[in-house]
Ligand binder design. Structure first.
Ligand SMILES: Nc1nc2c(ncn2[C@@H]2O[C@H](COP(=O)(O)OP(=O)(O)OP(=O)(O)O)[C@@H](O)[C@H]2O)c(=O)[nH]1
Ligand SMILES: [Mg+2]
Length: 430
């Protein structure tokens, strides 16, 4: 149903700087994306505009330049590094006489090629259909306008209505199935939590080296490659730590600037694995000159999915490519590890990384006494529920004194449930 670039499909790329200068890094990333989708890039056309044009996104002069280039090179596909409206996409296809794909369509296509798990495939299909649905809706109104007559039911419209109904039905079906798979995964998560095994999630920009690091730390052999979005499905493994209980570590899908919102929405349930982690290892390509910008982009998406509050450890990876860089641990004023400089390929800094993870997880546990009044019986019950109560005394005035020991994360979640604010954990701290 969804047409994707065929391997080796002859493509022309269009990248326009809107009200800015062309950024070589953004351009190179776009070319990599196209190559990751399997396109054979014949030419790259760049330009700049104050604002997108309503008809073709680019101006009509640029559109004609692209048309001539398509004819000269015999291109089958033109890929825009931008979000195109459905009507822009259609106008361009009419003018260029070949298929047009926008940035979301391109990224969705790469995801479709990479999805392996049942859930991953469902998620990608849902995102693709939602991307398509907006296009069909517009297609319909567009036809209606051409037809002009009120109350005339042309066969074109009937077909579109059928398509829309089938599409809506399939979208509902996918959502139901995803909800079911999500519940099954929740159960897995629950039993891990019962076994009291904290989860550490690798997050970061695509190609930062998350999977390579995952393999280096666990001895696993997940697919790692110099291509964008090599990983799609989350993988879990046991990670042994020095002087600490083993934890579960998760390798996850990478982020990219201007990620299509359909994808973020479709992957929300997988990404929840990330939000629920005790610690996020934010992997950054230390050798990329734009690393701070990319890290900021990752933080933005993490915020969007509600992972702001999860503790972070930055991992500056690929130090072997960074001249003069050495494995080291940066700490904050209180001595807590903030960042580890390492190389997943040479192994430099990996022991320090394991140590820092163990340290952060240890300091993640709060232990102390808490005094609760009779009106806080529900909070007391919840603390017992999560197994946080080590000791309990009852004062003559009917107040409870509880000794609690639990991870900051659990206490934070409990505080949120009870509407207590962040401070209440400090009361529990020793
Ligand atoms: N020189 C060097 N290359 C590395 C290092 N870590 C990873 N790489 C390379 O970087 C590329 C991307 O690595 P991956 O582990 O697939 O990256 P990822 O973050 O999992 O990428 P996605 O799954 O696409 O999000 C591969 O070619 C790796 O060999 C490192 O420490 N040093
Ligand atoms: Mg990966």
């Amino acid at each position: 149903m969804f047409e994707r670039p065929r391997a080796g499909e002859r493509a022309i790329l269009v990248h326009v700087a809107v009200n800015a200068d062309i950024e070589p890094r953004a351009l190179a990333e776009f070319e990599e994306l196209a190559a990751s989708a399997g396109a054979d890039v014949l030419a790259v056309i760049t330009g700049s505009r104050r604002a997108p044009d309503a008809r073709y996104f680019v101006g009509s002069g640029k559109a004609e330049e692209i048309r001539d280039r398509v004819a000269a090179e015999g291109a089958e596909l033109v890929i825009f590094d931008h979000e195109l409206s459905p009507s822009q996409e259609r106008n361009l296809e009419a003018l260029l006489q070949c298929r047009v794909l926008d940035r979301s369509g391109l990224i969705l296509d790469i995801f479709a090629q990479r999805a392996r798990s049942f859930e991953g495939k469902l998620q990608v299909e849902l995102a693709q259909l939602e991307h398509m649905a907006t296009r069909l809706v517009r297609g319909w109104t567009h036809l209606e306008r051409q037809k002009g007559g009120i109350g005339l039911r042309g066969p074109g419209e009937t077909q579109l209505e059928t398509d829309r109904r089938l599409l809506a039905e399939r979208i509902r079906q996918l959502k139901r199935r995803l909800a079911k798979v999500g519940r099954q995964r929740d159960q897995g998560r629950q039993s891990r939590r019962k076994a009291d095994r904290p989860t550490v999630s690798l997050v970061g920009y695509t190609n930062a080296g998350k999977s390579t690091l995952f393999n280096a730390l666990t001895g696993a052999e997940v697919y790692a490659a110099d291509q964008l979005f090599a990983t799609l499905d989350p993988t879990l493994r046991r990670l042994d730590l020095p002087n600490a209980e083993p934890v579960v570590i998760a390798d996850t899908v990478g982020f990219i600037a201007r990620l299509p919102h359909e994808l973020v929405a479709a992957f929300r349930s997988t990404l929840e694995e990330t939000i629920e982690a005790s610690l996020l290892l934010h992997v950054i390509d230390a050798a990329d000159p734009a690393r701070e910008e990319l890290a900021g982009e990752v933080e933005r998406v993490l915020g969007e999915i509600g992972a702001d509050a999860v503790p972070r450890l930055l991992v500056y990876n690929k130090i072997d490519l960074l001249e003069g860089a050495q494995a080291r641990v940066d700490r904050d004023a209180g001595g807590r590890p903030l960042a580890v400089w390492a190389s997943a390929t040479t192994g430099a800094g990996l022991d320090a990384l394991r140590g820092a993870i163990a340290e952060l997880l240890r300091s993640d546990t709060l232990r102390g006494w808490l005094e609760l009044g009779p009106e806080q019986a529900r909070l007391r019950a919840r603390l017992f529920d999560i197994g946080a109560v080590v000791n309990e005394q009852v004062n003559p005035d009917g107040h409870w004194r509880l000794e609690v020991s639990a991870s900051r994360k659990h206490l934070r979640q409990l505080g949120q449930l009870e509407g207590l604010g962040e401070d209440w954990m400090k009361a529990a701290g020793s």
